[in-house]
Design a protein around this ligand. Structure first.
Ligand SMILES: CC(C)(COP(=O)(O)OP(=O)(O)OC[C@H]1O[C@@H](n2cnc3c(N)ncnc32)[C@H](O)[C@@H]1OP(=O)(O)O)[C@@H](O)C(=O)NCCC(=O)NCCS
Length: 163
């Protein structure tokens, strides 16, 4: 079995990405969110992990507004095929994605997700403190990638996540 290669997702990967997310989450909600984020032009970047010609991992970063200020990025959905989970693919996707965003000038990334996963990559509850969001709570994290705005404000999520 080959090592997974992380690369930018192509439009032609979309059917495989949606099937993967449906398999990994055991429901179709995330595939629907991905379709809507794309249709609304809210996607910043999507990466996939490819192994033996198959898409086995996926991560999406979307544009996250901050009322009256410069925006930033949100992470999700992301998924790894159940049969290759706990082998480091998710870690590679997160690390590669954060590196690309940092190089592109993104200052902070937010995520609503597992407390046993995202803190491993520098995400903290504390980094969310100056921001207002309906998602705030024990599973809402942020990681600062570089200095600069936004430093505070009300987060405005894309419509794909519901009004
Ligand atoms: C969350 C998910 C993407 C993780 O992907 P993965 O490829 O299995 O993760 P990795 O193998 O890179 O693991 C990274 C770290 O998380 C830990 N980890 C992974 N799965 C774990 C689990 N179920 N419980 C506890 N820790 C776990 C690993 O041990 C590893 O820790 P380490 O770096 O200290 O050794 C994957 O489990 C998944 O797709 N789940 C279903 C969909 C989902 O929940 N997506 C995320 C929504 S927020």
């Amino acid at each position: 079995m080959e090592k997974p290669v992380i690369r930018v997702a192509l439009q032609s990967d979309q059917p495989a990405i949606q099937q993967l997310n449906t398999r990994a989450f055991g429901q179709e909600d995330e595939a629907r969110i991905i379709r809507q984020l794309e249709a609304d032009g809210d996607v910043i970047i999507q990466l996939v992990a490819e192994m033996d010609g198959q898409i086995v991992g996926h991560i999406l970063f979307y544009s996250l507004g901050v009322r009256g200020r410069l925006g930033c990025a949100g992470l999700g959905p992301m998924s790894v095929d159940p049969w290759v989970q706990k082998e480091g693919v998710g870690k590679q996707l997160v690390m590669q994605g954060l590196t690309m965003l940092r190089e592109a000038g993104c200052s902070i990334v937010f995520v609503l997700g597992h407390d046993w996963f995202y803190p491993k990559f520098g995400f903290t509850l504390e980094a969310t403190e100056p921001f207002q969001s309906r998602y705030k709570g024990p599973h809402f994290f942020a990681v600062r990638l570089r200095g600069g705005p936004p430093m505070s404000g009300e987060l405005l999520f894309p419509e794909a996540f519901g009004a």
